[in-house]
Design a protein around this ligand. Structure first.
Ligand SMILES: Nc1ncnc2c1ncn2[C@@H]1O[C@H](COP(=O)(O)OP(=O)(O)OP(=O)(O)O)[C@@H](O)[C@H]1O
Length: 547
């Protein structure tokens, strides 16, 4: 199982991608061996064919040439299988990245609707880069293996002329990789800053011209261009050094073979064969590796680091509670460290089976209280528990909160209600007063959409239901029907009231009045809370009467 989280180490994650699938990796290696047939045969065939032709053994020469051709057919078959098996290693990585990052983007996405699209694009980049890295590393390793085996078969001493400069070049390149990655990352950031400054400036062109602020705008964007230019220069320096080092590592073996191989007793065929290994196989593979690691590898690293940074902290494990007896003890909550608390040292008990209405003026904190009870926000001080479990860690199936405008997917009403027996779905819709809504309907008005969301909550079997002005788009009679249905359904019902009539139906009412909170029955509150008496009287003067 490979998992990607905010604390995942990228190297470990990529390593696990292989480790988790030993069967597929074995198949990948075997097919890569088949694909690498020419990397082994090329020099040997050239050497033997040249020596055979120069000694007038035409049949032997032709046979070696034919063998070389045959190895390319093997390579073609192996290459196809390599692509197929590589997909079985890469695709699960993509799936894990996609699941984790889309989930993270959805959690954080309320303020950033483009987050999901961005995460999706970045995962595609990571997938392509990962494929590129594996491809180039594999190609180099097998080219090296093939060349070493081939040169050993030709004349083992020649390895001393080929391998040391090549490995030195490779070592120097690998050594430069972290610096290359750093500079590439810096360039990427500078590039994004430039783009952002251009968007800002172009969007404000009218205002800039009107206020005569052109110079300031030019300096603002110009500074970012300069930073990007410097970053590009620094990147170019390492890239140039890298090319020089690699070039030396790749071309030095050719000179050494030409200069010393004949002195060591190599025939012209063996010299040509060894050069074929170096020039046809090793050098292209080395440059391919350099661009694979230097470009795809760095892109992979940077993209994964970004995807990881965008992930929200891991959610705490949820727990099932025994019942939903809810308690708030000394709960204080503010939106931000410097904001005044919306809820201040609140103590509240909502016993199992309670029907509670929450009333108060607009903006007083009713929705915040609903979110605290649902565990969607966590108190700064104090605690909220449901059945003894912190509300934020309560099993998601045990509570449901319906906001003012609940989401409804595209699709039929039945699809929105979930995987239930059609008769149950019909009963739920009838119970909440949506008898007119057809299960196969797809086009719904706002009130019916809300009714569908309410029916979904009704079917959900959650013992704690919180309606946060969820019926405000319905008329008073429809609202009454919904609340009655939920009250009769059983469990605890908390209704953030849009109309005072919701309070009349509830067994208990909570009045939020600034940070002062008073709870009681309708009658008790008429006497105890001037605000409540006022709200009730405003709605219907007869309600102001204390009986
Ligand atoms: N995400 C938020 N960030 C910052 N402030 C917020 C946020 N959500 C709400 N607030 C502020 O907190 C206060 C309480 O808001 P809340 O939505 O809980 O009140 P409410 O009583 O439910 O209001 P309404 O009846 O209008 O829905 C308000 O001043 C509101 O502006």
């Amino acid at each position: 199982m490979i998992t990607f989280g905010p604390h995942t180490r990228i190297g470990v994650f990529l390593w696990r991608a292989f480790h988790a699938r030993p069967g597929q990796v074995r198949r990948f290696v075997l097919w890569s061996l088949v694909e690498a047939a020419p990397a082994f045969v090329i020099g040997l065939a050239v050497a033997r064919a040249v020596d055979a032709f120069t000694t007038h053994q035409a049949v032997a020469g032709l046979s070696w040439t034919f063998l070389l051709g045959l190895s390319w057919i093997f390579a073609a078959v192996g290459g196809r299988q390599v692509v197929v098996t590589l997909a079985t290693i890469v695709e699960p990585v993509r799936e894990e990245l996609l699941t984790t990052t889309i989930r993270g983007a959805l959690e954080a996405g309320r303020d950033d609707p483009a987050a999901v699209t961005r995460a999706n694009l970045q995962v595609e980049v990571a997938r392509d880069a990962f494929t590129g890295v594996i491809g180039s590393v594999k190609a180099f390793l097998f080219a090296l293996l093939g060349a070493v085996a081939g040169v050993v078969a030709l004349m083992p001493e020649l390895l001393l002329l080929v391998l040391p400069p090549l490995l030195l070049g490779l070592g120097a390149f690998l050594f430069s990789l972290p610096e290359l990655a750093r500079r590439q990352h810096a360039y990427l950031l500078a590039d994004e800053a430039t783009a952002e400054s251009l968007v800002t400036v172009t969007a404000a062109l009218g205002d800039i011209a009107a206020s005569g602020d052109e110079d300031h705008a030019a300096r603002y964007a110009g500074a970012r261009f300069d930073r990007q230019r410097r970053a590009a220069g620094r990147l170019a320096t390492v890239t140039t050094l890298r090319t020089v080092v690699l070039g030396a590592g790749a071309w030095a073996p050719i000179l050494l073979v030409l200069a010393y191989a004949p002195r060591l007793g190599a025939t012209p065929g063996v010299v040509l064969g060894t050069l074929a290994y170096v020039m046809q196989s090793l050098t292209p593979a080395l440059f391919n590796l350099a661009s694979g690691l230097g470009e795809s590898g760095v892109r992979l690293w940077v993209t994964l680091a970004r995807l990881r940074a965008a992930l929200p902290p891991p959610r705490e494990e949820t727990r099932r509670a025994e019942g939903v007896h809810t308690e708030l003890k000394g709960v204080t909550f503010a939106y931000g460290p410097r904001a005044l608390p919306v809820v201040d040292r609140l103590d509240l008990v909502i016993p199992e089976g309670e029907h509670l209405a929450v009333v108060g003026p607009s903006g007083i904190g009713k929705s915040t209280l609903a979110a605290l009870i649902a565990g969607l926000v966590v108190p700064d001080q104090g605690r909220v528990t449901v059945g003894g479990v912190p509300a934020a860690r309560l099993d998601r199936g045990q509570r449901v909160l319906i906001p003012q405008e609940a989401y409804v997917f595209r699709g039929t009403v039945a699809e929105n209600l979930g995987d239930h027996d059609p008769r149950r779905m019909r009963q739920a819709l009838d119970a909440i007063g949506a008898a007119h809504v057809k299960l196969q309907a797809t086009e719904l008005g706002p009130a019916d959409r809300q009714l569908v969301a309410l029916a979904r909550a009704y079917l959900a079997d959650a013992p704690l239901v919180i309606l946060d002005e969820a019926t405000s788009c319905l008329d008073p009679a429809a609202e009454a029907r919904v609340e009655q249905a939920f009250a009769e359904r059983g469990g605890t019902l908390v209704v953030v009231a849009h109309r005072i009539s919701s309070a009349l139906r509830a067994r208990k009412v909570l009045v939020m009045d600034g940070t002062r909170v008073v709870a009681g029955t309708h009658q008790e509150l008429l006497a105890a809370s001037p605000l409540y008496a006022d709200l009730a009287g405003h709605w219907d003067p007869r309600l102001r009467q204390v009986s």
